[in-house]
Structure formats: C-alpha cells, structure tokens
Design a protein around this ligand. Sequence first.
Ligand SMILES: CC(C)(COP(=O)(O)OP(=O)(O)OC[C@H]1O[C@@H](n2cnc3c(N)ncnc32)[C@H](O)[C@@H]1OP(=O)(O)O)[C@@H](O)C(=O)NCCC(=O)NCCS
Length: 179
Amino acid sequence: MFPMLKKFKDLLSGRIEGFDFETQLVKVDGQEFTLRKANRKDSVQFMQVQESIYPIPVPWPIDIVEMEIGNKNALYLSLVDKDRVIAFIGLSLSDKVESHITNLAVHIDYQDVGIGHLLLDQAFKYCKSRHFTKMSLEVDVTNKDAIALYEAFGFKVENVHKKYYFRNHHDALEMMADL
Ligand SMILES: CC(C)(COP(=O)(O)OP(=O)(O)OC[C@H]1O[C@@H](n2cnc3c(N)ncnc32)[C@H](O)[C@@H]1OP(=O)(O)O)[C@@H](O)C(=O)NCCC(=O)NCCS
C-alpha cells in the first residue's frame, strides 16, 4: 500500500504507530485512573477538557488535536476516569536529546489533587528511559499555577518570547529542565 494511503487508513481507524506506551493503572489522591496512549477517538474528549479550562475558542481546535494525536514524532497520554478522558499530556519527541511538552491540561473538576504532578512525573520517567537528557516547554507568563508546577520539577526560564500567544498577546516563558 502507498505510505500516504496507509497513514490515512490508520488515522481513520484510530490506529497510531510511533512511540509506544504501556497502559497503567495509577492512583491519585486515593482514586484509580487508567493512563494510556491517546488515540484519535480521544480528540472530542480533549476538546471537553480544554473547554472546561479555557475561554472559547480554546487554544487547540479539533483538527490540531487530531493531527497531534496522529503525529508519529509525538506521544499523547490520556488519563481516564472510567471511560472519560479527564487530563492529557503531549510530548514532542522528534529531537533525540530534548523532549518537549506540547500540551498539558487537567479538567477543571480534577485539578489540585496531584494529576498535573502525576503526568509530569510520567513524562519525565518516559523520556529518561528513552535517553532524552532535557525537557522543554513554553508557558504563558501569567499562568502562575502552571509555572509553579514546572518549577517544582526543576524547570528554569531560558528565554522570554515577547507577545508569543496570538489569542492574548501574552509573553511566553521558554523553560528547560535536565532529566
Ligand atoms: C496547570 C495544571 C496542568 C496543573 O494541574 P493540576 O492537576 O491542578 O496540578 P497538581 O494538582 O498536580 O498540582 C497543583 C497543586 O495541587 C496541590 N496538590 C493537592 N494534592 C496534591 C497531591 N496529592 N500531589 C501533588 N500536589 C497536590 C499542590 O498544592 C499543587 O501545588 P504546588 O504547585 O504547590 O505543588 C492545570 O491547572 C491545568 O490544566 N491548567 C490549565 C491548562 C494549563 O495551564 N496548562 C499548562 C499549559 S503550559
């Protein structure tokens, strides 16, 4: 089969190749969740997570979400409560040395119990086990909660990108951590 056609068929069927991740049962604050690799069918629930925390229009429209979940150079993890995706994290893994957090979002109803910590912890473990030595990200300079979380994981500001976000023209901090 032509590679493009195969890719298209895989995308339609929700089958994604690329980075593997073994599904795990995890506990946060006494509650059990499933942590697994995201698939294309999760995209609607990724939108619901975003809609619970951001004003409309949310940062990533559904076509970007679908494209990213299908991106072979990235890994998206879904945290699932029963059948509902309540948080996700995305990693760009195209560089051999530096992994990059592309997105991290926890549904408003599930924040402040340790899920952000869990997802970052899992991202660190995964990238270390695959011999990445650094992790980077960009965060809105006004997003104090996220910045505090990243600092707790050793991220430090490397650079400031002026007026980086097109929605609000806020600056972005480029942060980096050693793994
Ligand atoms: C930023 C965000 C991902 C944090 O997720 P979260 O699940 O609320 O984060 P956590 O619960 O792990 O940590 C937040 C606080 O909860 C508290 N907490 C409560 N129980 C906890 C536990 N068992 N373990 C760890 N922290 C706990 C801590 O006080 C922690 O604060 P700290 O930074 O002082 O450690 C979330 O607020 C979010 O989705 N925000 C909107 C999207 C966003 O801004 N994403 C980042 C884009 S760069």
